[in-house]
Design a protein around this ligand. Structure first.
Ligand code: HEC
Ligand code: HEC
Ligand code: HEC
Ligand code: HEC
Ligand code: HEC
Length: 460
């Protein structure tokens, strides 16, 4: 197992030409147990909410929030990483794995670490990030690392106050209250900024990336929050930075009233694999739609080409659709890369970069956008618990771009014109890592074409 992981990492490493070592994160960590304890029976099952909020329930069910604890990739990764965690800080970070993926399980003390049998957790805690949990988030202590408190009620017979975007909502079942927090990116930041529990190494920084981006104007009337892209998406309407993000008129509750905008609850990112494995083709399809509206490619140099000389092309990879880096989140696992192929009129290949081999590995010289984490010896690690530094970070900033260059030789025998094709590709994890995690049940990791550009150029 170790050998295989090492082999995967070496493939990843050989891909990167520069390995800039960042400063060692010397800061002490944070207290993962800093929260008020709750009881499972204070919360309400999502099926009860479904009784009146049926559309919202359908959207949420099958989302990665509903899958956060049952996610087979998360389960396998946490079990695998635990085996190599030995030091106190590493073991602390491993405990934190259940903190965000089953917030009720962790805060009720029903599960304390990935060492436990995942199948034994109570049914409600296993619902991951569920309705009543989010709508009880009442107090921010710090942004990130689950730094919040919840204000639960007394369960099904004594429901809590549901915090939400309306100032005039009235429900026969539960009290309601307007919450400005729920309308802003800071709400998502509570879980979408993750750092190492012992050494504070920034691991997932989606909120910080957004905060420093042009989408955060500082003016609430022009700021584009996480919700504006992720909670306006519905089938056929990807709602990204490069598309319209129209209102979604309708009913928040099956019995009305009609409202001019209802925030959707599909919570779609790039994950078209786990969504499908756990039964929602719709969420998987919407992830593909989102990825296909996230980026653009442009040739900024493509010719003139001459026989028997070294020729050059330059491609601009533009993050036109995401409110954070491309990719974001679990960037040491996600893969976005350029697949380039240059052929002559007879189909002879003059340059190929980024193609997959028969095992599903990306060729070693390809340009891959991702990060590589390192341990205290400076060796690359995929296990976040062992990481204390970032060895490499090559990604595309929001509304920004990266330029990549390629050189190739045109032989005397080549026939004009040349066809130059570039595809930007995405997958949630490498095939090798997927196989290591899921063994014989491993699916073929879907590869999504995010953007394509093609030019035909005559030469002498
Ligand atoms: C990840 C947290 C999260 C989960 C899980 C979640 N919601 Fe929401 N919900 C929100 C946020 C945030 C808003 C408001 C968005 C805004 O104002 O920008 C919202 C809005 C609402 C609204 C107001 C109507 C609308 O959509 O605009 C209702 C009703 C609602 N949610 C019910 C539910 C139900 C029922 C479930 C479970 C099936 C659920 N929510 C799951 C975060 C969540
Ligand atoms: C502070 C909250 C938080 C903590 C703590 C946390 N996660 Fe996550 N995790 C997330 C969020 C948010 C995502 C989604 C990011 C994305 O999709 O890129 C995620 C996604 C993942 C995924 C991707 C699953 C998939 O299907 O692709 C894996 C694997 C994962 N986490 C493993 C871990 C491990 C291992 C730990 C403990 C070392 C951990 N998480 C601790 C918030 C957290
Ligand atoms: C008996 C029906 C019923 C049930 C069951 C129900 N709700 Fe509601 N809920 C309503 C009605 C009616 C509204 C007001 C709708 C409106 O004004 O558009 C509402 C409004 C909300 C709002 C918006 C609050 C605001 O001020 O913005 C949230 C959030 C919410 N419900 C969450 C939930 C959750 C979570 C559950 C399950 C734990 C749930 N509801 C169960 C009927 C119900
Ligand atoms: C209580 C913690 C929590 C809150 C609050 C939260 N999330 Fe998440 N979110 C998670 C976790 C954990 C995952 C990862 C599930 C997995 O991959 O196993 C996730 C996954 C996602 C994904 C899917 C990523 C993918 O790879 O496809 C999106 C999109 C997302 N969240 C958006 C949001 C937005 C937008 C908000 C704010 C409205 C928000 N989340 C609030 C915990 C949270
Ligand atoms: C301008 C639109 C826009 C905004 C604003 C935005 N996103 Fe995204 N998000 C996207 C697009 C497009 C993708 C798909 C590309 C990708 O996977 O990175 C995405 C993907 C994601 C993913 C999955 C990343 C992966 O590859 O695993 C997560 C998680 C996420 N967003 C969370 C957030 C959170 C949290 C915020 C606010 C802090 C936010 N997004 C703000 C457009 C947006």
């Amino acid at each position: 197992m170790k050998k295989l992981l090492f082999a995967i990492l070496m493939t990843v490493i050989s891909v990167s030409f520069v390995c800039a070592e960042t400063d060692k994160a010397g800061k002490a960590g944070h207290d993962i147990f800093d929260f008020k304890k709750v009881n499972v029976d204070q919360f309400i099952e999502p099926d009860i909410c479904e009784g009146c909020h049926s559309d919202i329930y359908e959207q949420w069910k099958g989302s990665m929030h509903s899958n956060a604890y049952t996610d087979p990739i998360w389960r396998a990764a946490t079990k695998l990483f635990l085996k190599d965690a030995k030091k106190e800080g590493e073991l602390l970070e491993m405990k934190a794995c259940v903190k965000c993926h089953t917030p009720l399980g962790f805060r009720s003390g029903s599960i304390t670490s990935p060492a436990e049998d995942y199948d034994k957790l109570d049914a409600l805690s296993a619902e991951g990030i569920f309705c009543n949990w989010c709508h009880n988030i009442s107090e921010v202590k710090h942004l990130g690392n689950a730094g919040y408190e919840v204000a639960p009620g007394g369960g099904e017979d004594d429901p809590s106050t549901m915090l939400g975007p309306f100032k005039d909502a009235e429900s026969p079942y539960h009290p309601t209250k307007y919450s400005e927090l729920h309308t802003r990116s800071e709400f998502c930041a509570l879980c979408h900024n993750v750092s190492h529990s012992a050494n504070n190494l920034p691991i997932e920084q989606t909120y910080n990336e957004w905060k420093d981006s042009p989408y955060n104007t500082g003016d609430p009337t022009t700021t584009v929050n996480c919700q504006d892209c992720h909670m306006r998406q519905r089938p056929g309407i990807p709602s990204t930075g490069k598309t319209e993000r129209p209102d979604n008129p309708g009913l928040a509750c099956d019995s009305g009233p009609e409202r001019k905008h209802i925030w959707t609850h599909y919570f779609v990112g790039g994950n078209s694999v786990v969504t499908k494995l756990l039964g929602s083709d719709l969420h998987a399809k919407m992830a593909v739609e989102r990825l296909q509206h996230a980026a653009d490619l442009e040739f900024i140099k493509c010719g003139p080409f001459k026989k028997e000389t070294l020729s050059h092309i330059k491609i601009k990879v533009i993050n036109s659709g995401a409110g954070h880096y491309l990719p974001t989140g679990l960037t040491e696992v996600r893969q976005m890369w350029l697949d380039i192929i240059i052929t002559d009129a007879k189909g002879n290949v003059l340059l190929s970069s980024g193609a997959l081999d028969d095992k599903g590995n990306i060729d070693r010289k390809a340009v891959v956008f991702h990060t590589i984490l390192g341990n205290e010896k400076g060796e690359p690690v995929i296990n976040v618990a062992l990481a204390d530094r970032i060895l490499y970070d090559h990604r595309v900033p929001p509304k920004g771009f990266q330029v990549e260059g390629y050189s190739f030789y045109i032989p005397e025998s080549a026939v004009s014109p040349l066809k130059v094709k570039a595809i930007l590709k995405y997958r949630s994890a490498s095939q090798a890592l997927t196989n290591t995690l899921l063994g014989k049940n491993a699916p073929e990791m879907p590869v999504v074409d995010m953007a394509v550009v093609e030019e035909t150029v005559e030469f002498e």
